[in-house]
Write a protein that binds this ligand. Structure first.
Ligand SMILES: [Zn+2]
Length: 235
């Protein structure tokens, strides 16, 4: 058997492992879906915070308005019972004004109460959103760090394999190496198959005994009848 075949087959194993690592690398989850989920939650939270702020501002406005009404009411009472106004028309107008202010106050009281209820609901929602935000941040950061770790493990192995490959390739007959490379590029990354239980390991076709004998006995490179790859027999 041609002595380069063993080295070529070893090279094939390195190349297959490098291809596998490359495939694994492309299949890794880099956490981008979880990051998008986190960004979405962050946006939701911002929208919520803005509307909560508006609600709190509305309450302050309503409270100020309420204080104004109360002041006006007090002034009207003072005028009504202070004895300075005696004209019946003016007195009637004051009573009417007081009545109207009372109605406004009661409407505002109700409005403020409703808004206070809303504040309670919002506080609960704020807690939920904050917890959700923290959770989704942890999820994506965890995935991101797992990804970085996995990438670095793959990169270290790939680097070692590449240097191993370089050393091995430099010892192989250049013409055979070239043939192997050209086969590999056209045949799904596999340029050489080994013979296992009389068949080609790359395409699983059973090989004729004469072919096997020929590989063993001569120095020639023999190709699989079916897939056209080089054949190697492990010792
Ligand atoms: Zn084959």
């Amino acid at each position: 058997m041609n002595s380069s075949l063993k080295d070529l087959y070893q090279l094939q194993q390195i190349d297959s492992r490098i291809a596998y690592l490359n495939k694994r690398y492309h299949e890794l989850d880099n956490g981008s879906a979880l990051k998008a989920l986190y960004d979405e939650t962050l946006k939701q939270n911002e929208t919520f915070q803005a509307s909560f702020k508006n609600l709190q501002r509305d309450i302050k406005d309503a409270e100020l308005e309420l204080a104004n009404i109360e002041t006006k009411e007090k002034e009207c009472h003072k005028s009504l019972y202070g004895g300075r106004v005696s004209n019946p028309k003016e007195l009637a107008a004051l009573e009417k004004e007081i009545e109207s202010l009372k109605k406004q106050r009661s409407r505002l009281d109700e409005k403020i109460l409703l808004m206070m209820d809303e504040v309670e609901t919002n506080k609960n929602k704020e807690k939920e959103l904050t917890a959700h935000l923290m959770e989704s941040e942890q999820n994506y950061k965890k995935k991101e760090s797992e990804y970085k770790k996995e990438v670095s493990v793959l990169a270290i192995e790939a680097r070692n394999l590449k240097s191993e490959r370089e050393k091995l390739a430099s010892t192989i007959n250049p013409a055979m190496l070239k043939k192997y490379e050209s086969l590999r590029s056209g045949k799904a990354g596999i340029g050489i198959g080994k013979i296992e239980t009389e068949s080609c390991s790359a395409c699983h076709t059973t090989l004729r005994n004469s072919v096997i004998r020929h590989i063993k006995e001569s120095d020639e490179i023999v190709f699989c009848d079916n897939c056209g790859r080089m054949l190697y027999i492990p010792e």
